[in-house]
Design a protein around this ligand. Structure first.
Ligand code: ATP
Length: 411
């Protein structure tokens, strides 16, 4: 829903009440741009006895960045709000994408700052324009309902709760609000740099006269559709069992689900097994789904889907586990093994060592046991800690049922 004729401060206060009404302390992330400056003022008038703190990240990417952060500090001081400048100590570029690295570092610094100061959440100044621009950029990449759905107003990430109370308000209304109060903000010159796709989209939205609020509303509707899909995926998986880095799903739950829910179950379960940040490709998922529904074993992106009597067993593909590089503690992005001495490594148990273990006693299937971790000294297998209790070594799967729920909801 977009903000109509009502006062925008009243709307932001109402959203803050809903999202953060019960929190004793809140952080506000303020870049110095118009959106987050407006947010800071609105949070200040909402505070009513709550502890509010403000932070600005100085990325050091422009010569004026320090002075801009100090300008925010002065505005915060005038409102009686404590302010901190967090400086990005840039090491080597991590990803080669400077903007992505800067964003990552910013969120990390803000999260750490909030935790250090016992702030339960951080408010951000995203607006309806951000929603609309993002939706258009994603349309151009062929995104589906997940990519097109609006940003969430309340989200847990990086050990912090992030709040976006201004998602329904346009940037123009915030600018008008600031001007009416003679409040200053900083116009970052990169906001005018057409090398950035977002800036080009912003300008073409203006040129076409398209309604930012209408497009942001579309994003919100798509978000609701996505949330409904998530709900049904979780419902279909309610009786799934998760154990030993493996998932057992009642086959009827899969067979009775609509095809889009079936597809999502396969996507989420594959990512739960491999821990990969990106889902497998659409065509691969469709083929795997057809095979599973026909009762056939199939592999997809290093995951084995094995229909057995009344359930579908979803586990690491043994060949993929055998290819996983040897490790010291975290192995195959699935297991944590403790107790290794120097010179010892973890690799897959593999078929040759199977006879030396009591794999059936733990309820492992043959494939699952082959793909389970074993401790080696050179080429000699010393222990299979997932398959039998051991005095020295212990094996714990990295992901649990809760992680599966998180994966479904995050996507
Ligand atoms: N350098 C920064 N320091 C603190 N918070 C920031 C910084 N950059 C962005 N943010 C937070 O993230 C939100 C969204 O970031 P985005 O890059 O879209 O905003 P912006 O264009 O830099 O500035 P604004 O949203 O304040 O006009 C901001 O509204 C603000 O809450």
């Amino acid at each position: 829903m977009s903000a109509g004729a009502c006062d925008i401060d009243a709307l932001v206060h109402a959203r803050l009440d809903q999202m953060a009404g019960d929190l004793p302390a809140l952080g506000v992330a303020v870049s110095g741009g118009g959106d987050s400056i407006a947010l800071m003022h609105m949070v200040a008038t909402w505070a009513a006895g709550r502890r509010i703190m403000v932070a600005t990240v100085d990325h050091g990417l422009r010569s004026s960045s320090r002075a801009e952060a100090e300008a925010v500090a002065r505005q915060a001081a005038a409102l009686g709000l404590p302010h901190r400048i967090l400086t990005w100590q840039r090491e080597e570029a991590v990803s080669g994408n400077l903007m992505a690295d800067a964003r990552n570092a910013r969120l990390q610094l803000l999260s750490q700052w909030a935790r250090d100061n016992d702030l339960a959440a951080i408010a951000l100044g995203h607006t309806a324009d951000d929603q609309a621009e993002t939706l258009i950029m994603r349309l151009n990449r062929g995104a589906g309902v997940d990519g097109l759905g609006a940003m969430s107003a309340r989200r847990h990430a990086r050990e912090m709760l992030w709040l976006r109370p201004m998602l329904e308000i346009t940037r123009q209304r915030l600018r008008d609000w600031l001007q009416a109060r003679q409040l200053d903000w900083i116009d970052d010159p990169s906001n005018d740099n057409e090398d950035f796709e977002r800036v080009r989209v912003r300008k073409s939205l203006k040129a076409t006269g398209w309604s930012v609020t209408a497009i942001a509303d579309s994003a919100a509707h798509l978000r609701e559709a996505r949330d409904a899909l998530t709900h049904y995926v979780l419902q279909a998986c309610a009786d799934a069992r998760f154990a030993q880095a493996c998932m057992d799903l009642p086959l009827t739950a899969l067979q009775e689900a609509p095809s889009e829910i079936q597809r999502r179950i396969l996507l989420a379960s594959a990512r739960w097994i491999t821990g990969q940040p990106y889902p497998p490709r659409r065509a691969g998922v469709a083929n795997a789904l057809a095979a599973v529904l026909a009762g056939r074993r199939v592999t997809l992106d290093g995951v084995l889907f094995h229909p057995r009597r009344d359930h579908l067993r979803i586990m690491r593909e043994p060949a993929a586990a055998l290819r996983a590089p040897p490790a010291q503690e975290l192995w195959d992005n699935r297991w944590r093994i403790t107790g290794l001495a120097p010179g010892q490594t973890i690799s897959a148990l593999g078929p040759d060592n199977l006879a030396n273990t009591a794999w059936r006693d733990r309820g492992f299937s043959h494939d699952q046991a082959i793909a389970s971790p074993a401790v080696y000294e050179e080429t000699r297998m010393i222990a299979a800690p997932a398959l039998q209790d051991h005095d020295i070594y212990a094996a714990t799967p990295l992901r649990t049922a809760t992680d599966f729920r998180r994966l479904v909801m995050a996507h």
